[in-house]
Design a protein around this ligand. Structure first.
Ligand SMILES: N[C@@H](CCC(=O)N[C@@H](CS)C(=O)NCC(=O)O)C(=O)O
Length: 260
């Protein structure tokens, strides 16, 4: 297939509220690539564990990008592939140092534990997360029903158990929230004097930073930038929200955890 395609036959398997899906959609929209979507219900019917889907994405996560016959998984790989494969505005800086800074920022954004950030805001009176506990039960039931899916389900159960352990430890939760707040500070420095995370043009780092900040807003972290600190991020957030891509790609900055 041509290295600079025009966007024919592009399908994104995604979920509306998933932060990684929003990143991939932003990259497609900003690049100007027409694409179709196939929603994977990762919440209620847990379609991500269906064999037809794990054949595409063995880690059973969204998003997955299909370009013709090519399957691309992992959000960082997906957005780079979008930038390289299609005609449209370049979303990677040509300068090597700026490109490395962009890559580092994307990895830092992806490196946060979004499950801890989400569910630690929604603990019950006993300090537990009913959703995460229910999820553990559901995954174990699935394992009993579908022993052939053991590899992926056991990995997911281990991750869920680890999440429960972290949620039960306020110091650990604080460490994760501090990492998120520190990232906002780093974004603020990066944006200082420029309109975007990596200089004066929209790049892949913006496809990551915008949904990340949108998610932080849902968690009630907006005062980190609306209260006077991190004023660059405040202006940046407004600018990102005003871009047509925000609504076309369905970036979500309000709603309940059921939608995420
Ligand atoms: N490293 C993966 C992470 C993807 C990921 O965690 N996706 C979440 C939604 S943002 C998911 O599919 N979760 C499904 C589940 O938890 O079972 C990537 O970058 O694609």
């Amino acid at each position: 297939m041509s290295p600079r395609m025009k966007g024919a036959d592009v399908l994104l398997y995604d979920h509306p509220g998933s932060i990684c899906s929003q990143m991939a959609r932003l990259a497609l929209v900003e690049k100007g690539v027409p694409f179709a979507r196939r929603t994977i219900d990762i919440m209620v019917t847990a379609e991500q564990f269906e064999p037809w889907y794990t054949a595409l994405n063995p880690k059973a996560v969204v998003p997955t990008l299909k370009i013709g016959d090519e399957i691309v998984t992992d959000t960082i790989r997906i957005v780079y592939r979008i930038d390289r494969a299609f005609e449209g505005p370049p979303l990677t800086p040509s300068d090597t140092a700026a490109a490395a800074a962009m890559d580092g920022m994307m990895k830092d954004i992806m490196g946060l534990h979004y499950g801890v950030l989400l569910y630690s805001r929604r603990l019950d009176a006993a300090g537990k997360s009913p959703t995460v506990i229910e999820r553990g039960k559901y995954l174990r039931e699935q394992l009993t029903k579908h022993p052939e899916r053991a590899e992926v389900l056991e990995r997911r159960i281990a991750g869920n158990d680890r999440l429960l352990e972290i949620l039960a430890d306020p110091a650990e939760v604080e460490r994760h929230v501090d990492a998120a707040r520190a990232l906002v500070g780093r974004l603020d420095q990066a944006i200082d004097g420029s309109d975007f995370v990596c200089g004066d043009r929209y790049t892949l780092a913006d496809t990551f930073a915008a949904p990340c900040l949108a998610r932080f807003r849902i968690h009630g972290f907006e005062p980190w930038w609306s209260g006077g600190d991190n004023a660059n991020v405040a202006g940046y957030y407004r600018r990102m929200k005003e871009r047509p891509s925000w609504s076309i790609a369905g970036v979500v900055d309000s709603g309940s955890e059921r939608d995420l």
